[in-house]
Design a protein around this ligand. Structure first.
Ligand SMILES: Cc1cc2nc3c(=O)[nH]c(=O)nc-3n(C[C@H](O)[C@H](O)[C@H](O)COP(=O)(O)OP(=O)(O)OC[C@H]3O[C@@H](n4cnc5c(N)ncnc54)[C@H](O)[C@@H]3O)c2cc1C
Length: 454
């Protein structure tokens, strides 16, 4: 007897593939999700952007004028090729629906409120940054403080945040971070001061050589939680602090560490942001894997080598020679980090189905020489201005079906989502994980309904 046919195969288990899997499962579809290796999702930090201005002035970051909903509406209006613009009038509602599904399932993020101005976080570069929501382990600087209860209102008193470095760990410069954040706050006449505090925490000779995720894992045991809290309480005796910023060290495999440490210390304790293969991205990847398993998705670790788009359906071919013929496919293979786009002979290509590459609603023109394109034309030479190669991707229609060369659906069964989409610049446009979750949600829902009909 042959195995029952899977309704939806999702290629890619980053945030976009995850949201697609969850949405398809909630429609009652059977789901197989495939991942070959880590993608951008595991490199992201503890911030979850939905529509952040990554290049705004300090004043705009600390005292934003607009709500997230207003930012999204402006983005959709100003950038007609961004996925938010393509979602049309349903954009805000769809973002809310997607996040109402994805964030509670992940359970490590604060809920998203599009009518708020998001959260304010400190980054490991000594900068301050506004983001839509953040991991519960990350300190929200716009909320954390002591409050003077004697006057019967939430009036912040002397806001002094301790910035913790671990004695022996040379990767953190708490003096620099504290000075930088204090200066940024003072530019907007906000009365928050950051004070460096050294934490004598390591117990063994080699502890200072631990990788960041190994340091975070110390908090995964009851003893670890107690030793973090005790070390913090000792260090904080030297001053009066309203909150504490620590490196990402509040648990690697356990999600209750931030709350437990905070209860023991008695004031808000949270991490600063650390992207690039730190504990925060690994936490997100771990939760994705755990939720996929608990939702009953089959998670296959392996690489897809090719998608054959035939008239009788799509065949998914794996590198080990096995194949699948599902009811529908969602490609969520990421962009330059995930592997969804690749450079071949000097040109950008989509390597699995050979889908054409679009840039701002138009087919990528042919290469300018037999060797292909000058990379500077695609990616620029200036790290701050980028180039069209960052917005390039697979074209898609309103149902999130991938486009062929003439702007038609490449296959009725093939849906796309996440960083792979054209018009979306996940590393630079401030809509990162939120846009991936939203487009993944739409693609997964539509793929499941199509598979149900087919
Ligand atoms: C360093 C860094 C920091 C970032 N920080 C933030 C942040 O703070 N906030 C924010 O909102 N966004 C951030 N972003 C952006 C955000 O991480 C990405 O937009 C998002 O993770 C992309 O998700 P995705 O699911 O589309 O792709 P990816 O996460 O890249 O996932 C691609 C998936 O496709 C799979 N795949 C690819 N090819 C194949 C194949 N042939 N066979 C099988 N599987 C395949 C990969 O294994 C992977 O599972 C950051 C990005 C980076 C790189």
């Amino acid at each position: 007897m042959s195995a029952p046919k899977t309704d939806v195969v999702i290629i890619g288990a980053g945030v976009a593939g995850f949201a697609a899997a969850l949405a398809a499962r909630r429609q009652g579809a059977s789901v197989e999700i495939v991942s070959a290796h880590a993608g951008a999702t595991s490199l992201s930090g503890g911030a979850w952007d939905v529509c952040s201005d990554l290049y705004g002035s300090v004043d705009e970051v600390i005292r934003p004028l607009r709500t997230l909903a207003e930012e999204i509406e402006t983005r959709a209006y100003e950038d007609e090729y961004h996925p938010y613009a393509r979602l049309g009038e349903a954009c805000l509602r769809t973002i809310e629906e997607a996040h109402a599904l994805v964030l509670p399932a992940l359970a490590i993020y604060r809920p998203l409120d599009l009518h708020s101005k998001g959260v304010l976080v400190g980054s490991d570069l000594g900068l301050l940054r506004r983001t839509a929501t953040a991991q519960k382990a990350v300190l929200d600087l716009s909320a954390a403080g002591t409050f003077d209860t004697t006057v019967g209102a939430n009036i912040p008193t002397a806001l002094t945040t301790a910035v913790v470095s671990l004695v022996g760990d040379r990767s953190t410069d708490a003096d620099f971070l504290a000075a930088s954040w204090t200066e940024l706050m003072s530019l907007t006449r906000k009365s928050r001061t950051f004070v460096p505090v050294a934490l004598d925490f390591f117990r063994r000779k080699d502890d200072a050589l631990l990788h960041p995720h190994e340091v975070a894992a110390i908090g995964d045991s009851e003893d670890g939680i107690a030793s973090i809290a005790n070390a913090l309480k000792n260090a904080l005796q030297k001053g009066r602090f309203s909150s504490v910023l620590v490196p990402p060290m509040l648990g690697h495999r356990r999600d209750d560490v931030p709350g437990l440490v905070e209860d023991l210390v008695g004031i808000p304790v949270g991490e600063w942001l650390q992207p690039l293969a730190g504990p925060q991205g690994l936490r997100l990847s771990r939760r994705i894997d755990e939720v996929l398993a608990s939702e009953g998705c089959v998670h296959t670790r392996g690489a897809v080598s090719e998608l054959e788009l035939g008239t009788s359906g799509i065949e998914v071919r794996f590198i080990d020679g096995s194949t699948r013929r599902p009811g529908a496919v969602v490609m969520a293979t990421g962009k330059h980090v995930g592997g969804g786009l690749a450079m071949r002979d000097g040109d950008l290509v989509e390597p699995l189905a050979g889908l054409p590459i679009y840039i701002d609603g138009r087919l990528q023109p042919l290469g300018s020489s037999p060797e292909g394109r000058d990379p500077a034309l695609l990616f620029g030479n200036d790290p701050f201005s980028g180039g069209p190669g960052f917005r390039a991707g697979v074209g898609y229609d309103n149902s999130m079906r991938a486009l062929g060369r003439r702007g038609e659906a490449a296959s009725q069964q093939l849906f796309v989502a996440g960083a792979l989409l054209e018009g979306f610049e996940p590393s630079r446009d401030g809509t990162g994980l939120g846009c991936c979750a939203t487009t993944g949600y739409v693609a997964g829902k539509n793929a499941a309904s199509f598979a149900g009909r087919s």
